[in-house]
Write a protein that binds this ligand. Sequence first.
Ligand code: NAP
Length: 314
Amino acid sequence: MKAVVQRRYGSAVLGDLDVPVPGQGEVLLEVRAAGVDMGTWHLLSGKPYLIRFLGFGFRGPKCPVPGRDVSGVVKEVGPGVTEFKPGDEVFGTCEGSFAEYTVAPVKQLARKPGNVSFAEAAAVPISGGTALQGLREVKPGQRVLVLGAGGGVGSYGVQIAKAMGAHVTGVCSTRKVNMVRSIGADEVFDYTVADFTGTYDLILDCGGARPLSVLRRATNEHGRIVLVGAETGGSITGGFHKSLGSILLNPFSSKKFAPLMSQERADVYDELRVLIEDDKIKPVVERTFSLSEALDAVEHVHSRRSIGKVVVTI
Ligand SMILES: NC(=O)c1ccc[n+]([C@@H]2O[C@H](COP(=O)([O-])OP(=O)(O)OC[C@H]3O[C@@H](n4cnc5c(N)ncnc54)[C@H](OP(=O)(O)O)[C@@H]3O)[C@@H](O)[C@H]2O)c1
């Protein structure tokens, strides 16, 4: 099969590999589309270096094929699989979706929403799942601020918070303002013109550029600041030290920082499927790339040019 092959951090090429064999609890998927996010860039580059200590491979990547978000068709089921059968259309996460075939654990797969394309479905799992897990505590009528609203996680954050009945304010750069408005944000701040004002019950920080003190000042008493991620933390720890520091501040205030470590789980993807099928959220796919252009797709996201999500179609 054709696949993007990555033997060491920082370099990958389109090559040929054997079709993988599904193990216990896994299925073989014919990949139709693979979502791209900043996590893909981290695993391709090996940066921040901290990820090498977190089980992804110290000298080189453990998995020779990049890409985690996937949508596709089940071709074969491994031992013990009762959830799916050949021909089922699914979406979720796996190790190695930048390929014609991949194996995926069923505990990370759900039935594909019937009302979206494979490309749209592949844009959902990691970014949509992260936003959903970050917004669990939102109550109707609360004020939610989404920083990085024009990106992958942020575009779901805006829509999910709206679906939960919140008043939603999005913050992004100029090129992304129209998109953020179009997905239902009540207010949008273009921070290149003027930064956001006001106070909020929950801040979903997907941009990571603002100091913790600024985030805390913008939070109501007993509010929460969910730290999703940052690309501003340097090549050693990324934004991790900021998350750690935030926890140390929690005992001194009723405003709580909540660093997020999202989980890749079938039940989360099933919740997202229902939200999509009920027309509460819709993946925003700015562009699709072919498998031979997969590295360009990752660079497009890394360069901050992407609006919403970017997908590799196979
Ligand atoms: N905690 C978790 O479990 C988890 C899960 C998924 C992702 N993440 C992390 O969360 C972050 C957001 O992910 P994403 O997929 O939404 O990324 P994304 O699609 O690149 O969106 C992030 C947005 O933040 C802004 N941004 C990007 N780089 C920036 C920088 N250097 N300084 C200031 N603003 C910047 C950009 O908006 P503007 O152009 O409008 O400024 C961009 O649209 C990433 O760091 C990612 O690694 C964490």
